[in-house]
Design a protein around this ligand. Sequence first.
Ligand code: ADP
Length: 260
Amino acid sequence: MNKNSLNKALSKLNIGGLRYFDSIGSTNDEALAWAAEGAKDLSIVIADEQTQGRGRLNRKWYTPKDSALAFSLILRPASRSHLSRTVGLAALSIADSCRVLGLAPRIKWPNDILLNGKKTAGILVETVWSGEDVDSLVIGMGINVRKESTPPEDLLQFPATSLEDELGKAPPAREEIILSILNAFIHWRTRLGADELIKAWEEILAFHGEQVQVQAGTGNPITGELLGLESDGSLRLNEVNGKSIIVRFGDVSLRPAVIK
Ligand code: ADP
């Protein structure tokens, strides 16, 4: 993968610009800086390796050289509406590209893509504010493509896998995978406000109908049955006492509940 091969693969898309790095700290940091300098809508920062890749709450996201996809899209939304659906838009785009490969992805709400119950991709959405308005959004996506991209188990709290391991054969070139994700993204973006997006997102929610545990901040975890999504993309749970509760985005981690 290099700048030429990427430009060639993405030549038919109407992207705003492309910055390619052999190695970078974090593509989201570069994209946030570029957005602040006025990057055009649908500009892309992509790197072969990230040395300081971030998940939420500054948790580390591993992107070893030559084996993964790590890129950040800059969006210039016209309004603040449907901002909370953006992570779903990104997750569905990655999920669609997995389905094209014959895989069966699930979305671990809000921001991870699972294959066979193992994490294959993660999303980090960050906002550039201009006073009360959203100036731009940066959507970071990290996808484990080749088996070498899967971090060792002792570094993880949740099992991980790669497209190569799940396919059981060599995955397509990373240029092809990013093209497939971006095509899906462009498709879903035009439907950001539509019921169809929530329905498609809900259909592939991991642990749907199962007991899950949600950890928000440092408070006590909430356990309940995962019922589905609200129209803004929030999660709806049914607590053991029958009370229905809505979990909004933010610092929230979801796990299957350990049934004792
Ligand atoms: P959460 O699991 O709470 O949704 P994040 O979405 O913030 O966490 O992702 C960061 C976490 O993902 C890290 O703490 C680490 O356990 C795990 N991780 C980091 N890099 C990878 C990777 N390449 N593949 C799978 N999991 C990873």
